[in-house]
Design a protein around this ligand. Structure first.
Ligand code: GLC
Length: 452
């Protein structure tokens, strides 16, 4: 269904967005692939990979893609970096093949981050990878075409508000170089909106991932971007545009909300080490166990996991990141049915508690998860993800379902397991050893069309 005219505004929205006008059924249809996907690849790649977290010989704290801000690099100095950016080892086929092998169903890559450098052939600004580097190729073109070839959805991250090298672009904490001063609306009209239009028209992204809205982004200015987005009625975009537009998805970052966002679409984005953009000195990679448990925990709460890789200045995804993704992909090859297209746990067990002593970053009681097991479901089946292997039997106290069978998903013969149910008490006899050291999935078939 094409939105020919821009619908009139509703309330705080000077221009109605698709979320304002579509029916719940239209929204379900538009979000269907994304909800079923559960798992995507975030890619933070830009000219910040050249310094890679080090400036004038000194390591710079903070994320790699924030180096210009955190080291207060003058605009003229930062603008020297593209001349050193020649990622000749970049291989779109390899990157997309890795995402596929990892079991990821969509890719979201940075088209322009807060530093203002465009990773695509942009007519709106010459500060881009085709015009300003010896590389001269358009990696978004190559990735979009390869994603199409390999049947994986292609999305784009765009920093619509912060831009540290364009006059008038916003900067958290304020500008540090007079060259950054200017009018925000002029920046939006001469760079950000033209580039968003280029991205939509040239690369046809399935997802647009906005970031760090500031008070500069008024409802009226955001509405000018929404007018563009409304022309793409299948486009999915997140809650970070600004101007009072909620978008489609909540975007918890670097953490998994204890209860998710019941009834909402949400996606935890997370790094494998501690930085989004490449840093040569960040080798603190999360283990495959932690990353896979995170994926299952998120799916058990009805969310998506957007897991990040940060390629280096040669165009290579750090091997420790690729290795972890490959390992998770192997697990998904066998057990993907328990993740893709599933719904959240039907059980009340929160698998954790709020600490009486520890506080989180916001000063509230910290959530302390237990990594015993999780559950996901689809009609007629409940998947029990056993992180710890019970001795003898798996015991469920509030089954609230009518079990008709049980087997281990990784058992190619789906050998029936003995089980006994008395009311809400369910016990399933298990073999002595798990089939997977990180997560062995116990399938309970149920008579209920959709478990309560
Ligand atoms: C934060 C960071 C940004 C990163 C984003 C990913 O907003 O500022 O660098 O791209 O998180 O969610």
């Amino acid at each position: 269904m094409a939105y020919a005219a821009t619908p009139t505004g509703t309330g705080a929205h000077p221009v109605a967005s698709i979320q304002d006008t579509e029916t719940p059924a239209q929204r379900d249809a538009r979000m269907a692939w994304w909800r079923a996907a559960r798992y995507g690849m975030f890619i933070h790649w830009g000219v910040y990979a050249v310094p890679a977290g080090v400036w004038h010989g000194k390591p710079v704290d903070g994320a790699g893609e924030w180096i210009m801000h955190d080291a207060r690099i003058p605009v003229a100095d930062y603008q020297q970096l593209p001349a050193q950016f020649d990622p000749t080892r970049f291989d779109a086929h390899a990157w997309v093949s890795l995402a596929k092998a990892a079991g990821m169903k969509y890719i979201v890559i940075t088209a322009k981050h807060h530093d203002g450098f465009a990773m695509f052939d942009s007519k709106a600004s010459a500060f881009n990878i085709v015009d300003a580097t010896p590389f001269k190729r358009d990696p978004l073109r190559e990735l979009a075409d390869e994603a199409q070839r390999q049947g994986i959805r292609f999305g784009l991250y765009y920093s619509q508000d912060q831009d540290w090298t364009a006059p008038g672009g916003a900067a958290f904490g304020g500008h540090w170089d007079k060259a950054q001063d200017g009018d925000f609306a002029t920046y939006l009209h001469t760079k950000a909106i033209p580039q968003i239009r280029e991205l939509l028209e040239k690369y046809h992204p399935a997802v647009l991932w906005f970031d760090t809205p500031t008070p500069d982004m008024t409802p009226q200015l955001a509405a000018e971007i929404v007018k563009l987005l409304d022309r793409y009625p299948q486009l999915i975009w997140n809650n970070r545009l600004g101007g009072g537009y909620p978008g489609d998805t909540e975007t918890p970052e670097q953490h998994i909300p204890p209860q998710g966002f019941p009834g909402k679409d949400w996606e935890t984005c997370m790094t494998i080490n501690g930085t989004w953009g490449y840093k040569s000195n960040d080798t603190d990679f999360k283990s495959t166990t932690v990353l896979l448990h995170n994926l299952v925990d998120i799916a058990s709460k009805g969310g998506n996991y957007l897991l990040n890789v940060g390629p280096d200045a040669q165009g290579v995804i750090p091997p420790p990141e690729a290795e972890r993704l490959q390992a998770i992909g192997q697990w998904l090859k066998v057990n993907g049915e328990s993740i893709y297209g599933t719904g959240p746990t039907p059980f009340a067990d929160p698998h954790g508690r709020y600490s009486a002593t520890q506080k989180d970053a916001s000063g509230k009681p910290a959530w302390v998860p237990t990594w015993d097991w999780r559950a996901t479901r689809r009609p007629g089946k409940v998947y029990i993800h056993l992180f710890e292997w019970p001795t003898g039997a798996f015991h469920l106290a509030d089954a609230k379902l009518h079990a008709t069978g049980a087997y281990l998903l990784a058992d190619p013969r789906h050998t029936p397991l003995a089980f006994a149910q008395h009311g809400a008490q369910l016990d399933v006899q298990l073999p002595a050893k798990p089939l997977d050291p990180i997560d062995t999935v116990l399938v309970i078939t149920t008579a209920d069309p959709v478990p309560r």
